[in-house]
Design a protein around this ligand. Structure first.
Ligand code: PLP
Ligand code: COI
Length: 366
């Protein structure tokens, strides 16, 4: 039984002017500007969740011995708010993010925020900063809920007993420069992201900290993004730096759509999950399976694999045009965005932006 949380609303007395906000939302990029407010909720062992506030966006003072800074108990989420044709604002499947946040918390030994509190925290922030939800093509308000250990101390015999949950918001345009331009990927063989039994399916800071070097290696090899292989055999394709992957075999009405199965070492993406449904709605057979690098290469070279794309909240759907590894390089078909990739992208974005019917009840009105 959870006690409902009441938010103490302390709106900013100095929000940005309309002109300043318009400048920030005109060309937002990704994660560069933040709205006027943020949500905070504290957790204390024995007391539970308390002191929920909506307050002006501001730095947070931290004791140097704050446990998260030393041992990395931090988890986060990413979802978006979309402007609808009638001017209203919705979020996309926030309950799914809330449940993933709970699973991440469990894996990191952190307390689980109730789903309804997670969703309400986002609603409170988006309602307050609704003027920040951009309406340009491809523009959204990116929401970043996160939680970290705030207990002060250096012991590691148990998880922390105090936490801070927060939500911040940032107007967003294209995550990858160039919009839906295909990306090139580097298959990481030296570094791995997640081993069985590790934290791969949790959205925790450490997974990303460990990825920067591999991403830099991808760039050194002239590629846009790193693609992770399984940690044990370094043979199976898992996911891209910030997105899940999809493969298309065949074309036209005979196309079949595949995505690596959730083995516990990759992030169960909400976009990935939504696309399994949308692909079926569009009449494509779908399958979750384990694809090897050898198959990816062989089937791309034979033409059996016709399209590959990445999907995620930030990246939406982004075509993969070419692949490079320590053993060689190949392109997917002609290296351009494929018809099925573009069709799925349009179907997903149309639902999110209210241009198509929300048949699955995915939109949450703020
Ligand atoms: N995989 C990783 C490593 C990610 O960071 C993300 C982004 O959140 C995804 C996959 C896609 O997940 P989602 O579709 O829920 O955004
Ligand atoms: C998202 O798509 O929400 C992500 O988490 C990507 C992010 C790590 C920039």
């Amino acid at each position: 039984m959870t006690t409902p949380i009441t938010f103490d609303l302390k709106p900013s007395t100095q929000p940005l002017s309309e002109a300043e906000r318009a400048a920030a939302t005109a060309e937002p990029g990704f994660g560069r500007y933040f709205t006027d407010h943020m949500v905070t909720i504290r957790y204390t062992e024995g007391r539970g969740w308390h002191d929920a506030t909506l307050q002006p966006y501001a730095p947070i003072p931290l004791d140097p011995a704050t446990m998260a800074l030393h041992y990395g108990q931090e988890i986060f989420e990413g979802l978006k708010a979309y402007r609808q044709p009638d001017g209203s604002v919705v979020t996309f499947r926030p309950d799914a993010n809330a449940r993933r946040f709970q699973r991440s918390a469990r894996r990191l030994g952190m307390p689980e925020l109730p789903v309804e509190t997670f969703v309400e925290a986002i609603d409170v922030l988006v309602a307050q900063d609704a003027a920040w939800v951009p309406s340009g093509a491809g523009q959204t308000l990116y929401l970043r809920p996160f939680m970290f250990a705030t207990e002060v101390g250096l012991g590691i015999n148990r998880p922390a007993n105090e936490y801070l949950f927060m939500v911040i918001a940032s107007p967003a345009g294209d995550y990858f420069a160039g919009g839906v331009k295909p990306v090139s990927v580097w298959l990481s063989n030296e570094y791995v992201r997640a081993a069985p039994g590790g934290t791969g399916e949790a959205k925790c800071a450490g997974n990303y900290a460990a990825a920067f070097l591999a991403q830099a290696e991808a760039v050194r090899h002239g590629c846009d993004q790193v693609v992770w292989l399984d940690a044990v055999e370094r043979r199976f394709v898992e996911e891209m730096g910030s997105s899940n992957l999809y493969f298309v075999r065949g074309s036209g009405p005979d196309a079949r759509i595949y995505t690596p199965e959730l083995t516990g070492t990759l992030l169960p993406g909400i976009t990935r999950d939504s696309l399994l449904t949308i692909a079926a709605d569009l009449g494509y057979p779908t399958e979750e399976f384990r694809i090897t690098v050898d198959d990816w290469r062989r089937e791309s070279e034979s033409g059996a694999i016709t399209e590959v794309f990445a999907c995620g909240t930030a990246s939406v759907i982004t075509p993969v045009g070419s692949v490079r590894s320590s053993e060689g390089a190949w392109t997917i078909a002609d290296g351009q965005a494929g018809q099925i990739t573009l069709g799925l992208r349009e179907a997903l974005v149309d639902i999110q932006t209210g241009r198509a019917e929300d048949r699955h009840g995915w939109l949450h009105r703020v």
